[in-house]
Design a protein around this ligand. Structure first.
Ligand SMILES: Nc1ncnc2c1ncn2[C@@H]1O[C@H](COP(=O)(O)OP(=O)(O)OP(=O)(O)O)[C@@H](O)[C@H]1O
Length: 531
C-alpha cells in the first residue's frame, strides 16, 4: 500500500516543526486509511504503529533535518565588485569558481605579441568548460586579487594549485570563437599507443589522454594543429585530454623513421616469401608445400603509411546483408588451418573457403573448381596485370593465387568466407566491399607450446620434401619471434587477437567473436559505410 502525508506536501518547511501538529497528524492517519483496511487486526496494527513514540520521534527529526537543509543557501557568495575598475570597466569580468579536487581544465600562456597572460586551452568537459565562463583568448588580469601581469605562467599555476575553495579571476574577455563548437564530433581508432607521461612535447602531461592501439577516441577539438582534445568513447568522464594531432604524430614518426624502418623487419627468416595459406585450404592436395610460393607483392613495410588515427563509425551488418570477410593471420604453424577446419566442420553451410587458381596441370583425381581453378599461364598473367589476385606466387614453374572473385563467390553464397593471408595483404582487402574483420592468431608462451604441441606436426619449410615433422624448439622460437614482429608491424590492422594455447578455448573464442560480428555493432572505417 502506498500512502503519503497529504497535508504536508507543498507546505513551507517550517510549518512541520510543531510537534503537537505532527503527533495529531500521525494519530489521525489510521482512521483516514480505514476505507482501505479490511480487517480489524490491520486497523489495530496501524493504530499501534502510528501511536508509537519512537516512530513519531523519527519522523520529527527527519522533518527537522529537511527544514535545515531546505533553508540553506548553496549559491556562491560573490565578492563585492572591485572599485578599481576604470577605463575598461565594460570588458572586465569577475569570475568565481569553486575548486574541488578536479583540475580546472584550462591552460594559460603568455601572448607573444601583447605579453598578456591569456587562456590557451579549455579542456572539453572540464570544470572551466562546464562553467561556460572562461574561454580561449580571455586575458587573465588577477587571480584571487593578485595581479598576474608580471607573473610567469608557472607562477600563476602555482597560485592556482595553492588555492583552496573558491578562486576569483579577473579577466578581460577575448573574442569568442564559436567555430570550435560547430566542428563535427568525430571518432577515430588509434593505431598506436600513447602515454602522455612519456611524451616530451606535450604542453601539460597531466592534461594528456593515454590510449592504446585499437582504442576508439572521440575527438572533441581539433582547433590546435598540434594537440587535439579527445576522450575515450563511451567513457562516463566528460573531460577531454590532449592527444597528438594526426599531422604532428606523422611528422614525429617521419623523423624517427630512419632508425625504425630503414631496415624493415622480416616477418620470418625461413618462410617470409611464403604465400600460401588460402591456397592450401580447399585443397585435398596435401603435398602442396606452403612455403613454395614467391610472394610478388612487397613484404616490406609500406613506409608511406604512418599509422596514427583512422576515422571510424559504427556498423552493424543488416540481417540479410553480405557477411564480412574474415581474415586470419598468424605465424606459420600457429594453428590457422586447424581453427579454420574446426569452423568449417562446426557449420559447413555457414562457413566457406576460397578455391585457389593454378597453372599446373590437373591431376587425374582432381576436378576443376574443387581443388583448384586450372587456368593457362597467359590468362594468369593477364589476371595479375588486372589486379585480380589477393595473393599470388610461383612454385616450380607454376603460378598459384587466390583471386578476389573466389572470395566474392563464397560471399555470394551468403557464407562467411574464411581467408588466411600474409599480413601485408590485409591493406589491399580493406574495402567497403569486403569489410574485413582481421583476426590475429598468436602463439602462447614457449612453455605452453612445448606442452600443447607435444603430439602435433608441422610441415617443414626447410626442405622440399613437404614432410610433416614434430615441432622443433627452433620452430617454436621462430613462431614466437614472427608473431612479435607481425604484431609490431601490422597490429594496428588487427580487430581481434586470439592466443592459440588450448585449442578448444581458442576455437570458442574465435567462434564467439564471429557470432558477435554478425549481429552486433562494430567500429569500422568511415569510408566503408559511404556508398
Ligand atoms: N592449440 C593447439 N594445440 C595443439 N596443437 C595444435 C594447436 N593448434 C594447432 N595445432 C597443431 O599444430 C599443427 C600446425 O597447425 P596448422 O597447420 O593449423 O598451422 P597453420 O597456422 O595453418 O600453419 P601452416 O599454414 O604453416 O600450416 C597441426 O598439427 C595442428 O593440429
Amino acid at each position: 500500500m502506498l500512502f503519503r502525508f497529504p497535508c504536508l506536501a507543498g507546505e513551507p518547511p517550517n510549518c512541520v516543526s510543531t510537534p503537537p501538529g505532527l503527533f495529531e497528524l500521525l494519530a489521525t492517519l489510521p482512521s483516514q486509511l480505514k476505507p482501505h483496511v479490511d480487517s480489524q487486526a490491520d486497523c489495530a496494527f496501524l493504530q499501534d504503529m502510528f501511536g508509537e513514540k519512537s516512530l513519531q520521534a523519527l519522523v520529527k527529526s527527519l522533518l527537522s533535518v529537511h527544514d535545515t537543509v531546505a533553508q540553506k543557501s548553496y549559491d556562491p557568495q560573490l565578492p563585492p565588485m572591485p572599485d578599481d575598475i576604470d577605463e575598461d570597466e565594460d570588458s572586465v569580468k569577475i569570475i568565481r569558481l569553486v575548486k574541488n579536487k578536479e583540475p580546472l581544465g584550462a591552460t594559460i600562456k603568455r601572448d607573444e605579441c601583447t605579453g598578456a597572460i591569456v587562456v590557451a586551452r579549455i579542456m572539453r568537459g572540464g570544470a572551466a568548460d562546464r562553467s561556460g565562463l572562461i574561454h580561449v583568448g580571455d586575458e587573465l588580469k588577477e587571480v584571487n586579487g593578485i595581479p598576474v601581469d608580471d607573473k610567469k605562467p608557472e607562477e600563476i599555476i602555482h597560485i592556482l594549485a595553492q588555492s583552496q575553495g573558491a578562486i576569483t579571476f579577473k579577466i578581460i574577455p577575448g573574442i569568442k570563437e564559436d567555430a570550435q563548437d560547430r566542428q563535427p564530433k568525430m571518432f577515430v581508432k588509434s593505431l598506436f599507443d600513447f602515454d602522455p607521461s612519456e611524451d616530451k612535447a606535450i604542453p601539460c602531461k597531466e592534461a594528456g589522454l593515454a590510449f592504446k592501439k585499437g582504442d576508439v577516441l572521440q575527438i572533441m577539438s581539433q582547433d590546435d594543429a598540434t594537440w587535439w582534445q579527445a576522450r575515450h568513447e563511451g567513457d562516463a568522464n566528460p573531460r577531454a585530454g590532449l592527444i597528438p594531432s594526426k599531422q604532428f604524430q606523422e611528422r614525429r614518426f617521419a623523423l624517427r623513421r630512419p632508425g625504425v624502418l630503414a631496415q624493415p623487419q622480416k616477418v620470418s627468416n625461413r618462410r617470409s616469401s611464403s604465400l600460401r595459406r588460402s591456397f592450401r585450404l580447399s585443397r585435398k592436395d596435401r603435398k602442396t608445400n606452403k612455403s613454395m610460393y614467391e610472394c610478388k607483392k612487397s613484404d616490406q613495410y609500406d613506409t608511406a603509411d604512418v599509422p596514427t588515427y583512422e576515422e571510424v563509425t559504427t556498423y552493424c551488418r543488416p540481417p540479410s546483408g553480405q557477411h564480412r570477410l574474415v581474415v586470419l593471420v598468424g605465424p606459420t604453424g600457429v594453428g590457422l588451418n586447424e581453427l579454420k577446419r574446426k569452423l568449417l566442420i562446426s557449420d559447413p553451410q555457414h562457413f566457406g573457403v576460397t578455391v585457389p587458381h593454378t597453372t599446373r596441370v590437373k591431376r587425374s583425381q582432381e576436378s576443376e573448381g574443387v581443388e583448384y581453378h586450372f587456368i593457362s599461364k597467359h590468362l594468369f598473367e593477364t589476371d595479375v596485370q588486372n589486379n585480380k589476385f589477393v595473393e599470388h606466387g610461383e612454385y616450380r614453374g607454376n603460378y598459384y593465387g587466390t583471386s578476389l572473385d573466389s572470395v566474392r563467390s563464397v560471399l555470394s553464397k551468403n557464407k562467411v568466407c574464411l581467408l588466411d593471408v600474409q599480413p601485408h595483404t590485409i591493406k589491399h582487402l580493406r574495402t567497403a566491399e569486403f569489410k574485413p574483420y582481421v583476426v590475429f592468431v598468436k602463439p602462447p608462451t614457449i612453455e605452453r607450446l612445448r606442452e600443447t604441441r607435444r603430439d602435433a606436426k608441422v610441415i617443414s619449410g626447410k626442405d622440399d620434401k613437404c614432410l610433416a615433422k614434430p615441432f622443433s624448439e627452433e620452430d617454436f622460437l621462430e613462431m614466437i619471434n614472427t608473431s612479435r614482429v607481425m604484431e609490431a608491424q601490422y597490429g594496428y590492422l588487427f580487430d581481434k587477437v586470439i592466443v592459440n594455447d588450448d585449442l578448444t578455448s581458442a576455437f570458442s573464442d574465435l567462434n564467439g567473436a564471429l557470432k558477435k560480428l554478425e549481429t552486433e555493432t562494430h567500429w569500422v572505417p568511415v569510408s566503408w559505410t559511404h556508398s
